[in-house]
Ligand binder design. Structure first.
Ligand code: A3P
Length: 290
């Protein structure tokens, strides 16, 4: 069972006290006002957030990597719910490029009455689980599980930061089809990077030349992003604690879960997945066939 002291809860969702102030997140629901030209990237953690942050940044810089190399991602597309960012967000020039891992029931309400756009990226939850396990293991204040078996249980129960993957995607999915909501998967970015990029450009009304598209593809590739990260020494700032270097680029592949799940875990996960996603339709996601 998860040690509850490492979390603070807001409407059932676990947050990490050194990163989140739940009172501010709650206030922000009514007080953060999106402008029509704002763009918000929404993901469940470990779904390719940093990848999409660099893709969006590079689209806005027309493929020129100077911005992604010189400015950390928290400054380019700040997470709205991370402590001490709200003041900076309010001072940003419009159009603001923003990020959030919030589930829909905690998201600022102004989105629903504005023309602000959301790009939502989802990923095979099995790979999210493995990626999150490694990430949290590196986060000193998190008191992560000592072993993969325990973490597996916590993840399927939604006993992890930002809560259940299933609830997150089921909350946001109904917005698919709206003209201000673009739903993408990590897997399709992998499979058809150029096609996905063109879709994103169209959604953002950005007309890039072939040369600029090629520069975005190049500078958002796993290896080039990794080199940029090393250069800019990206860190996570936490309250009253030493900043830590984040491990966001680990393997960057689809299907790594097969190297971690036992046969029993695979069966447990599949059963849970069927139950939780019942009624959403068949072959909705690339991982439905996993
Ligand atoms: P792995 O841990 O499976 O390697 P997030 O940014 O939401 O925290 O997601 C991190 C995951 O996205 C990591 O997955 C990371 O390697 C992967 N990722 C980041 N940049 C990527 C890129 N350019 N191409 C492919 N995967 C990338």
């Amino acid at each position: 069972m998860e040690n509850p002291s490492k979390f603070v809860f807001l409407k059932g969702i676990p947050f990490i006290p050194s990163l989140h102030n739940v009172e501010i997140i709650e206030k922000m629901q009514d007080e953060l006002v999106f402008e029509d030209k704002d763009v918000i990237l929404v993901t469940y953690p470990k779904s390719g957030t940093h990848w999409m942050i660099d893709i969006i940044s590079l689209i806005y810089s027309k493929g020129d990597p100077t911005w992604v190399k010189s400015v950390p991602c928290q400054k380019r597309l700040p997470w709205i719910e991370i402590k001490n960012t709200i003041e900076a967000i309010e001072k940003m020039a419009v159009p603001r490029l923003l990020t959030s891992h919030l589930p829909i029931h905690l998201f600022p309400k102004s989105y629903f009455t504005s023309k602000a756009k959301i790009i939502y990226v989802a990923r095979n939850p099995r790979d999210v689980l493995v990626s999150l396990y490694h990430f949290l293991d590196e986060l000193p204040s998190y008191q992560s599980c000592s072993n993969f078996e325990d973490f597996f249980e916590e993840f399927v129960e939604g006993n992890v930061v930002y809560g259940s993957w299933f609830d997150h995607i089921k909350g946001w999915l109904p917005l698919r089809g709206s003209e201000k909501f673009l739903f993408l998967t990590y897997e399709e970015l992998h499979e058809e990077f150029k096609v996905s990029l063109e879709k994103i450009c169209q959604f953002l009304d950005k007309d890039l030349s072939e040369e600029e598209i090629s520069a975005v593809l190049e500078n958002a590739s796993f290896q080039v992003m990794k080199d940029h990260r090393l250069e800019s020494n990206e860190v996570l700032i936490r309250d009253n604690e030493e900043p830590i270097k984040m491990m966001v680029l680990r393997k960057g592949i689809c299907g790594d879960w097969k190297n971690y799940f036992t046969v029993t875990q695979m069966e447990t996960f599949n059963k849970m997945y069927q139950e939780k996603m019942k009624g959403l339709g068949q072959n909705l996601f690339p991982w439905d066939q996993y």
